[in-house]
Design a binder for this molecule. Sequence first.
Ligand SMILES: NC(=O)c1ccc[n+]([C@@H]2O[C@H](COP(=O)([O-])OP(=O)(O)OC[C@H]3O[C@@H](n4cnc5c(N)ncnc54)[C@H](O)[C@@H]3O)[C@@H](O)[C@H]2O)c1
Length: 317
Amino acid sequence: MAAVVGAGTMGLGVAECFAAAGIRIVLTDATPELTREAKAELVRRAKGHAEAGLLSDEAAERVVAVETADDVAVAVDGAELVFEAVPEDIGLKEEILGSCSEAAPEDAVIVSNTSSLPINDLSGFVGYPGRFCGMHWFNPPEWTPGVEVIPAAATEEEIVGRLVAFLRSIGKRPAVVGDGPGFVANRIQNALFLEAVRCVEEGLASPQEVDEVVRSCFGFRLPFFGPFQVADMAGLDVYENVLDVLRDGLGERFEAPESLRDLVERGRTGTKSGAGFLEYTDEEQERLLLERDRRYAALNELLEELPPVDAGSGGSS
Ligand SMILES: NC(=O)c1ccc[n+]([C@@H]2O[C@H](COP(=O)([O-])OP(=O)(O)OC[C@H]3O[C@@H](n4cnc5c(N)ncnc54)[C@H](O)[C@@H]3O)[C@@H](O)[C@H]2O)c1
């Protein structure tokens, strides 16, 4: 059984995902009234997903069967996994994680969905930090495959392995990352966002044009390849040259990292040389490029069928 503590945007989505996968769920929120409202919202959403063909009728029934509890102590009683998703307030997290830890079975694993609070700090709020871990989902949790698993210094390795295996078993794509500010996803996403805002502020493009460029140019690749594979396919020497121009025009934040310069210096310029950040045999390189083309063609077809949603036409205020 898993308890979901905090039934808002994320807690509800994760509860739906767990329940759809066949896990018995107990849900709780700040008050019994809010918990009842959250359960009603969960049922409404699951039925909507079933009607839209996104969830099987059987899975929707399992979501409708999610149980509720009037407080944290009752919710976590007997839980093997406690998923904390209360608002991002360190004082509240301290209170709630403390209550979860006091009332949950001694061998329960407690995870926090915090987006930004240091996992090491949060691990100090539970009685058994060895069985505490960050588990950062993305909105909407029902459909976004990636989950960051962030061990605290005290988290037992076996627990990390168990959480990764569990997430894979319900169809997610976990990545174990370190406890740095914003972990990995929010750090990279916010670096992108800051540059997007700067492009608009400098008058280079409107928000709509920036969105189009991100979505249709380099963002088009991202469902299939991360920045390292993309860079390897483009050529690290090309990246180094571009970064030098960006540094000269925009400042030190675009200075090429030492590790990149070092790879180029050693002739590891990417797929074309058989190695960049990653290594490629001739056969792997050929397969990679073919698979890339196949995926891009398929994505283009999907985009014709499901074009991007137009989102507002107003200018920035
Ligand atoms: N919204 C996102 O896109 C997103 C993505 C990833 C991670 N997160 C993180 O997930 C956590 C939850 O975010 P959210 O967006 O779901 O917030 P939210 O405000 O939608 O939901 C939080 C829920 O916690 C409940 N709550 C408040 N006090 C409580 C208490 N004492 N006991 C039990 N429940 C209580 C609230 O009533 C609310 O229903 C935060 O740490 C946030 O940073 C959010």
